[in-house]
Design a protein around this ligand. Sequence first.
Ligand code: PAF
Length: 302
Amino acid sequence: MIKIITTIHEAVETINHIKKLGLSVGFVPTMGYFHDGHIELMKRSIKECGETFVSIFVNPIQFSPGEDLARYPRDLERDTAMAASAGVKYLFCPEVSEMYPEGFQTRISAGPLASNFCGASRPGHFDGVCTVVAKLFNIITPDRAYFGMKDYQQLVVIEKMAEDLNMKVKIIRCETVREKDGLAMSSRNSYLSPEERKAAPALKSAIEKLKEEIIAAGGSKFKDFNIEKAVERQKAFLTAGGFKGVDYLKVASADTLKEAKNAGELSSMAGVFIAAAAFIGKTRLIDNAVFGLDKKTVNAHE
Ligand code: PAF
């Protein structure tokens, strides 16, 4: 039986009971409208922890005005059934007024890791993410929390927050789950028309082609490799393939998220992060690749 908890008070009481039994707590924070990516996080937590909590909360403070907060897909009945069949026993689904009662005013400031990529396009987004994740960590007090690598910048920002603020939780990185044609699973894929859906896997293809070029160029120590031109080629591929615009396509360090502007900077990086966000119709999709430059590390990252 799955238990739906809506108040912080009941969540804390339930967690206290679980901890008294000596069980570890796994946590999967989500905004709901589950897909297989979410289910994989839940299954991994269930496998690795004594009890697993999943939260569903569409967090208003991580959306900018004009973004899709109002139309963000929601279906608690469907989500509950999916979580229950994955084996989840506790769903925490607070109202906005429970998480942000009148007078709420504190924000966590995410810092420089949040300044580029999605952070540049969505000002305040990562402050909102960090604030809600910190609140959820304080309520659930998990031993382990599971995050997908599709939101790689979010993952790195949260890892840093947990380290900087001495949070006891261990952040677990989980591979991106993809549709058969390569499209990264996302609740926002539900916005796509059939035609847009057909074109959407080009985002993953563009990232893969850029990754292959980088790995090939790395083999010859980046002699004559021009990142800017390689990125421009893939941006053109995306717009020719039906994307309305590319918000960003960038190459950076997987550790520091510092952008590589030229081959010299790229060659000094142990891990590479290719980050992309692009519009198909009105929908903004994101995807990435994280890999190393020698064969051994490439495989270790996959
Ligand atoms: O990745 C998400 O779904 C959200 O950003 C998160 C981590 C649940 C915070 O609202």
